[in-house]
Write a protein that binds this ligand. Structure first.
Ligand code: EAX
Length: 347
């Protein structure tokens, strides 16, 4: 509330400033009145590939606006958890954020189609779907929630990290307290295989692992490592159960109040940042996996048979939950991903 009040006061002053400037002759004065800062919050560690991409975004925006637009990045959950930051972006308390698609699906149910496990085999297939008309349509749907999506970022394939022992098959998950995001479809899947999913915001995870509140966590290797989750949870398994895109968001009210020129600068820079993130992500899992092992962690691959068990474990979940989401879109995604296993079991 205090923050909101101070923002209101600040904008009132800005408005007065603008008023004063508009009487001035010099074009410099007009340009100065157009200078502003975009606050961009995320939970990802500073220096991770995603934030390297966002740094490029900030640099490009500064350069192409001749320094008028400053993008100030707040990594490492400095501005809170993902839900909180999405709300702050809706209200205009901050201008940008980039949450996991799962958390964002709480604000736009159509996005739940990405919360189903084992859809994508590899990142190329995911990119093909995200970059299609269907991907654009899903992003455009966010406007009704007061958010403009500048594109699909990338967290990556999520894997398991356990505190006490390695998990190999879905049967090993019986009664396991697994920290998940606050994502109803993720909770439903883990429950359906007998686990005890425990949803919590990202900033609380490290302490919960350390204190034994949860037995494990799931996230891509890079984030597991940089957020230091692999210190308490060092038994990892490469399940790749969910491909997790992040969505780069900007407040709709804020964005639409910018000039067409500035909107273009922002959109173009986001596109280039996404290309950079994708290229940085290409080999990151292998690189980080080696670092995790060097630090004393154990990383286990699934055999073909174990992977088959994981995929089969999701069939009842698909059967029970496909009708609870936008089934047509889910089918379209499975089809585009060439995933017949689940297409065949849903109506
Ligand atoms: O979006 O909360 C999570 O586990 C997410 O993967 C993380 O916030 C990045």
């Amino acid at each position: 509330m205090i923050r909101r009040m101070s923002l209101i006061i600040a904008s009132a002053f800005a408005a007065l400033g603008l008023f004063a400037w508009s009487g001035g002759e010099s074009s410099k004065a007009v340009a100065a009145s157009d200078s502003y800062t975009i606050k961009f919050g995320n939970v990802i560690s500073a220096g991770d590939t995603q934030n390297q991409g966002y740094e490029l975004f900030a640099d490009l925006v500064a350069e192409r606006s001749d320094g008028r637009i400053t993008v100030q990045i707040y990594p490492d959950s400095q501005l809170g958890g993902e839900r909180e930051m999405i709300e702050a972006t809706q209200f205009g308390d901050i201008e940008m954020t980039a949450p996991s698609v799962g958390v964002l699906a709480n604000f736009d149910k159509s996005l739940q189609v990405f919360d189903f496990p084992f859809i994508f085999e590899d990142a190329e297939t995911a990119y093909k779907v995200l970059d299609s008309e269907l991907g654009d349509e899903l992003l455009a749907g966010l406007e009704k929630s007061g958010l403009i999506a500048l594109g699909w970022g990338e967290n990556g394939f999520r894997n398991l990290a356990m505190v006490d022992e390695t998990v190999k098959t879905p049967a090993d998950m019986q009664g396991v307290k697994l920290r998940t995001m606050q994502v109803p479809m993720h909770l439903a899947y883990w429950k359906s295989i007998g686990a005890a999913p425990t949803p919590m915001p990202f900033p609380e995870v490290f302490t919960s692992l350390q204190q034994g509140v949860v037995d494990g966590v799931e996230n891509p290797y890079e984030l597991l490592f940089s957020a230091r989750f692999t210190e308490p949870a060092h038994y990892l398994t490469e399940t790749r159960h969910i491909y997790d895109p992040e969505v780069i968001l900007i407040s709709k009210t804020f964005f639409e109040s910018r000039s067409a020129e500035d909107q273009q600068i922002i959109r173009d820079a986001a596109k280039e940042a996404i290309a950079k993130i994708r290229s940085l992500k290409t080999n990151i899992s292998d690189e980080i996996r080696a670092k995790i092992e060097a630090a004393g962690g154990t990383v286990t691959d699934l055999s073909d048979e174990e992977r088959r068990q994981w995929i089969e474990s999701a069939i009842p979940f698909y059967q029970q939950n496909a009708s609870k989401v936008d089934t047509e879109k889910l089918k379209a995604i499975l089809e585009a991903a060439g995933n017949t296993t689940f297409l065949e079991v849903i109506q």
